[in-house]
Design a protein around this ligand. Structure first.
Ligand code: FPP
Length: 233
């Protein structure tokens, strides 16, 4: 493969439908979704992708029944506990974006521990978007920027744009080159709305639990046939 995207962002959609097709509870779809995630992380790491960002829980997902929200939070905690050692052995560095301050304290502690343990790793940056919303991120960034910057330093649109990058949750990461959304939906659902400005979009009907490393390669192949001009000629 000639051109590996530096940063791949993924909207892991379709767990519920996968379960429904099999007359299983939605939770079974989420569980199978974790297996898909495990395979995709491994493949991204093997392919030397620099950053893999996954949309695990959005600021809008709180609208789901309490039971499902609780299940997803527990699943995430279980995932981190079970996978941390192997991720660490594979030199994966775990980071997060989103507002983690409202998550259960126990989950926050597990996430902090995972971030701390893998901080020095130099392989794949595995970025988990949790209680993440693009509008929420931008609003938090603006709030922080106005608090910390001198107003004179924000006197032009260019300066504001540059300053903003520093306050986004993704500060320090390259912008996504490729966005993947599974399950046939074609929207970005408040995901990385600033950072996706020049990303290539790949949509597939495959439901997330059926996605895997091989499907990731297919997406990258298609990405390789795109011509990226970034607004130039
Ligand atoms: C979308 O499917 C999926 C989610 C809202 C959660 C994504 C979570 C996982 C893949 C597993 C847990 C993640 C981690 C990091 C452990 P949906 O429920 O919206 O499916 P539907 O649209 O078919 O109902």
């Amino acid at each position: 493969m000639n051109n590996i995207p530096r940063h791949i962002a993924v909207i892991m959609d379709g767990n519920g439908r996968w379960a429904k097709q099999r007359n299983l509870p939605r939770s079974a779809g989420h569980r199978k979704g974790v297996e898909a995630l495990r395979d995709v992380v491994k493949k991204a790491s093997d392919l030397s992708v620099e950053v893999l960002t996954v949309f695990a829980f959005s600021t809008e997902n709180w609208k789901r029944p309490t039971e499902e929200v609780g299940f997803l939070m527990n699943l995430l905690r279980e995932y981190i506990r079970k996978e941390l050692d192997e991720l660490h052995q594979n030199n994966v560095k775990i980071v997060t974006i989103g507002n983690l301050s409202t998550l259960q304290p126990g989950l926050q502690e597990d996430i902090s521990a995972a971030i701390k343990k893998t901080k020095q790793n130099s392989g794949l940056i595995f970025n988990i978007a949790l209680n993440y919303g693009g509008k929420d991120e931008i609003a938090r960034a603006v709030t922080k920027m106005l608090k910390e910057e001198n107003i004179e330093d924000l006197s032009t649109v260019d300066k504001i744009q540059k300053a903003m990058e520093k306050y986004l949750d993704t500060y320090g990461l390259p912008e996504p080159d490729l966005l993947i959304r599974t399950s046939g939906e074609m929207r970005i659902s408040n995901f990385l709305i600033w950072q996706l400005a020049y990303a290539e979009f790949y949509f597939t009907d495959t439901l997330w639990p059926d996605f895997n490393g091989q499907e990731l390669v297919k997406a990258i192949d298609q990405y390789n046939n795109r011509s990226r001009r970034f607004g130039g000629l």
